[in-house]
Every structure is written in C-alpha cells, then in structure tokens.
Design a protein around this ligand. Structure first.
Ligand SMILES: [Mg+2]
Length: 412
C-alpha cells in the first residue's frame, strides 16, 4: 500500500484535508493512521492569508489535531526567505496575518516610504492604489516577491481573483518577474526537505497537478494526486503526471497496483513552447558561421525566434541580418528539432522555453560580417573540423545533418 512506501508525507490542505470549512471524508482518520505508523507529516498550503497557528486551529475545529510546526505556508516561508537576505522593510499586499508573519521575523511592513521588497499575497480588500504603489517600489529597485501564483479560486458568487492575478497586473506594468514562494516553485519544498533531513522517502499529496504534482517532481519528490475529476496529460514525460491517483486519503492504506515510477527526464519543465529558427551558413572556403552569445558565453549556429505574422524563412533571413549583418537566401530545410533534452532552455530571468527549431541551410547573397553587440559578442567562420570547444552541445549534430548531401530533412 502507498502509506508503506514513504516516511514523510507533505499534505496539501485545501482540496485534500478540507474544502472551505468542511473536512473531506477520511482525511482526519488517514492523518491519525499515518501518525500511528510513525510517519512525519507536514501540511503545505499555498494559501497566504493565515498564520500557521490559524491553520492549526482550523484543523482542530474540524476534529484533526496537529502542531503549528507541521505547517509550511507561503507567508511564513516568504518571511524566512527575506529575513535570510537581511530585508528589513517591506510593502505587503495581504492580510493582517501575512503582515504579522513578517513582524515575527523582525521585518517592518510599511505603507509609505521606501522599502526593500514588495510581497504580494492575497486580501480581498486590496486596492488599485496599493498595486500601483507596488509597481513604483519595484521600479525603484525593491525585490518583487509573490507568495503564490494561483490566479483564481471558486468563491460563493463565482470565481474570485487570487494572488496570481494581482502579481500578473504588477508584472505587466513593470515588466519584472517575481520570485514565487508557493508551489510549484521550490522554496516551500526546500523548507520541507530541510525540516525532514532530505529524506528520499518523501511524498507530496495534493489535488492540483499544476502546483502540487509539478512542484514535487521538480524537486525530485514523488507525488500522489487526489483526483475527483480525471485529468490526463498527453506526454509521457509530463511533470504533472502523478506516481499514483487516489480519491480520498484513506486509499493510502488500501492495496494499489496503480503505481508509476517518476524519473526526472533530464530537462527542466518549460513555461512555454515556441518556434525557433537556426541557420547553417558556409563561406566559399567551406567554413561554417558561428556566433558567440552574450547571455551564456557559448558559441552556436546563428538562431532566433519566429515573430508574429512571419514565416519561418522570413524569420531566419531577418535574424541573420540583425545578428551578423549578412544577407542570406534559404537553400533548404536541414531538420526539425524538438527533443526536450536539448531544446528546453533556461534564461537568467527564470523563464524556461521549449523550442521547436527549424534548421535551414542558407547561402550568403550580400552584406558584411559584424556582430550585433546586444545579443552576440563575436561572429566568425570556423573550419568544420576545428569547431570551438564551448559550442552548444546539439549544434555539431545539426552541422553534420546540413553537410549530409544525400539526406532529406531530418526530424529529431
Ligand atoms: Mg489544493
């Protein structure tokens, strides 16, 4: 049974222990049974509104006993995170309890004057003036911290806006990406792992594939989905696929044959999927054009994004002209590359993109070679048997594909 596979249970609250003010059937008994088996339990919630003590009191009102230390909340984790970074003055968008978390760590929540960080949580009384003040603080250099990224939740009169909607409004106005504390991002899982001594026999149990399951798998943990409506994902490597599915916590103690091992597929989970273009361009000596990228210092074939309203061939011709000053004509398609192990890229901003890249062989028709200093530091031709050592790992293969005269376009 699932309960025997693990020593540490990280349990989501809303949707697993309770919904609103109602305990879910079997959840209290399951927690008691896990305690009798000597298991460690931590409750991980994305709800930024309450203190850990208030969650503890709520469970007790519902008939489940727990300790305050067993709760890992985004407010508590954010306060620890900022205290560790010596932040002393913050603007808090959120409840009085969220502000109290910061006071407990010696961090002053201010409403006027300069601050070192803006923390966006959730309070239904949030005003536009507070949101605009947050934008100005961030533009003046304050850190941008979000307790969680959940966009909405079901309210009594329909869907209500949640923290993520406020965060996205600020993000859109000041074009900065926040540090997000809640699931599926690492900080709360890291707190849990720190408390449990990094036990490999740890599992996350939650009802959200996009936060609980994805977050656990990103941290290398197993994850069990409490599923009331069947959700399926098409790709076998999807991080949101759980190790097991249950409908109530009591199923942890039943015989189950439906268990799927989780193996990290060797690439980070991307935020978006985008079309990209790359070119193999040879000069009259048969040397290949490479560029050295400013962002990661690596050499690679010239490449770029397909912009809106553009064909893929227009995109590669434009990118080559912008990056290198050369005019080129597309000769043929070399290949289409989508393998996530090489095509998911992480950027310094934290964004991760999965590219579907079309590689073209191109011929030079004019222009003079120069490097566009915004994106590339150098552009040069290299003999194909003397490529630089710090070359993007998949590009030698793409070059070989381009030099294979007999081959039709490859698909990898
Ligand atoms: Mg939940």
């Amino acid at each position: 049974m699932l309960a025997e596979r693990y020593d540490v249970f990280l349990i989501d609250l809303d949707g697993v222990m309770y919904v609103g003010d109602e305990l879910l059937p079997g959840s209290g008994e399951a927690v008691e049974a896990l305690r009798r088996m000597g298991k460690q339990i931590y409750f991980l919630t994305n709800d930024p509104r309450y203190l850990r003590r208030e969650f503890c009191e709520k469970l007790l009102r519902l008939g489940v006993s727990s300790q305050e230390e067993e709760f890992i909340t985004p407010g508590w984790t954010a306060a620890h995170y900022l205290a560790q970074h010596s932040i002393r003055r913050v603007q808090v968008i959120g409840t009085a309890s969220l502000r109290a978390e910061f006071a407990n760590q010696g961090i002053q929540a201010v409403t006027t004057g300069e601050c070192q960080a803006v923390v966006v949580g959730y309070d239904e009384c949030t005003t536009l003036a507070e949101v605009e003040q947050a934008v100005r603080q961030i533009e003046n250099g304050a850190w941008f911290i979000a307790t969680n990224s959940d966009l909405s939740f079901p309210g009594k009169d329909g869907r209500q806006l949640a923290t993520g909607a406020i965060v996205q409004a600020i993000q859109a106005a000041c074009r900065r990406i926040p540090v997000i504390i809640g699931k599926p991002y690492p900080p709360m899982f890291q707190q849990a792992l720190y408390k449990t001594g990094n036990s490999s026999r740890t599992v996350m149990i939650g009802d959200s594939p996009d936060t609980d399951i994805l977050g656990a798998h990103q941290c290398g943990l197993d994850a069990i989905l409490v599923e009331r409506i069947a959700c399926r994902y098409p790709a076998a490597n999807d991080y949101r696929l759980p190790n097991a599915r249950i409908t109530t916590l009591l199923e942890l103690f039943q015989h189950s044959s439906d268990f799927r091992e989780w193996r990290n597929p060797g690439f980070p989970w991307p935020d978006t999927i985008e079309p990209g273009v790359t070119a193999v361009i040879l000069n009259s000596q048969g040397e290949v054009l490479l560029v050295e990228r400013v962002d990661n210092g690596l050499w690679g074939l010239p490449s770029g994004h397909v912009e809106k309203a553009e064909t893929v061939t227009q995109a590669i011709v434009r990118e080559i002209c912008e990056e290198t000053g050369l005019a080129v004509a597309v000769e043929k398609l070399v290949g289409v590359y989508s393998e996530p192990a090489t095509q998911v890229f992480s950027y310094p901003s934290g964004k991760r993109t999965h590219f579907i890249t079309l590689c073209f062989r191109c011929t030079i028709t004019g222009g003079h070679l120069r490097a566009d200093k915004n994106e590339i530091s150098r552009a040069a031709f290299f003999a194909v048997d003397e490529l630089p050592a710090n070359l993007l790992p998949m590009h030698p293969q793409w070059l070989n594909d381009a030099l294979d005269k007999a081959a039709a376009a490859v698909i990898r």
